[in-house]
Design a protein around this ligand. Sequence first.
Ligand SMILES: *Cc1c(COP(=O)(O)O)cnc(C)c1O
Length: 456
Amino acid sequence: MEKKEELKLYEEWDKRYFWHPFTQMKVYEEEENVIVERGEGVYIYDIYGNKYLDGVASLWCNVHGHNHPKLNQAVIEQTKKIAHFTTLGASNIPAIKFAKRIVDITPKKLQHVFYSEDGSEAMEIAIKIAYHYWHNKGEKEKNKFITLSEAYHGDTIGSVSVGGINIFHEKYKPLLFDVYKMPSPYLEAVKKVGREKALEYKTTKLLIEEVEDFVFHLHQEIAGFVLEAGVQGAAGILPFPEGYLKEIRRICDEYNILMIVDEVATGFGRSGKMFACEKEGVEPDIMALGKGITGGYLPLAATLVSDDIYKEFLGEFGEAKHFYHGHTYTGNPIACNVALANLDVFEEENTLEKLQPKIKLLEERLKEFWELKHVGDVRQFGFMAGVELVKDKEKNEPFPYGERTGFKVAKSMLKKGIWVRPLGDVMVIMPPLVIKEEELNYFIDSLKESIKELES
Ligand SMILES: *Cc1c(COP(=O)(O)O)cnc(C)c1O
């Protein structure tokens, strides 16, 4: 078969057989799509050899770039030994080593690691553990969760139950368990001081009043408070006002509620610190990790818990106190070996140190977006940013949903050699942490230009 014909065939099969995630396949079928063949650093190459800057770090998980020799080596070395063996009642060295290493670098309170494969699972596990913990303690009435509006914790039914993004979650309502929902802190800050000042707004008694009042009355039935680690990513990069996490920690302590923090998007450097919790010195009782945990190489996730929680699951076998949960690939040695190499590369390449000036650069350059006619809000949290497109800035009127304005801008970015995936009409800036300053500048120049094209 001719090479070109072969590639056309793959395009056809892609549309016929492969049901893509978060994708309207009818529209996908009508479009030309990027089929990736390889990657190198912050770039990906499609099957025709076109080169694109990876503007969203492969959906927020790539850290040190694609095709990294050290990470490749970690996969190869472990594969030569064994690809997988169950960890139900057995163990393996990479999983043991990574458990120790991740406990060493996460907040002190977190002492035990439960592995899974994706962020959704890590959150699902967090919720099950919290519920089960109170059950084992004999406080069965503590079986409800507080969550935030605009939250995203994944797509499995339990994770959706604690989520708060209507367009993703509303349809499944009859399948979900009930939760108590508090307002999104960023949107509350906007209500109080407006969009332009919301990022500088600090958490005050006023912002936390509703939460505190609620907890005061209902804490007897609350098992845990579930929230992202400082920013609501999937909702369009909505950062918490400074001090919010700390206040929630205080409230959880005061009323005997487990604080369950989702660091799936923010963990492994994205916030500017290794973990976003460090920014406010907050120690959660349960923490979920995913995405960047393997540097974007393989599916691995982890749920970390405090010693206090872990101990409630200990008992004689007959007491049936243990955690009845596990997956086929729990603690996969190849994934854990890459996770170890990921941390090595952080040290060897001084990734976090080199990231700081780039966060500053991003902050400076983001200011330019406020001048654009169709930009209604600009938000940043560490090395992630969202630029919200609006039809009418004065009235804060969005573009009609069906028009796919964000997608149009993304198409224009593709022509400029940058692959991005917007969140609706929020343009996301989230390249691998290793992007160079000149590449980041090109990314921002191109995004400005593509947004300006909406004016004509
Ligand atoms: C991506 C994400 C998840 C879900 O992780 P998956 O690996 O996609 O299942 C959960 N929480 C947050 C904050 C995320 O960004």
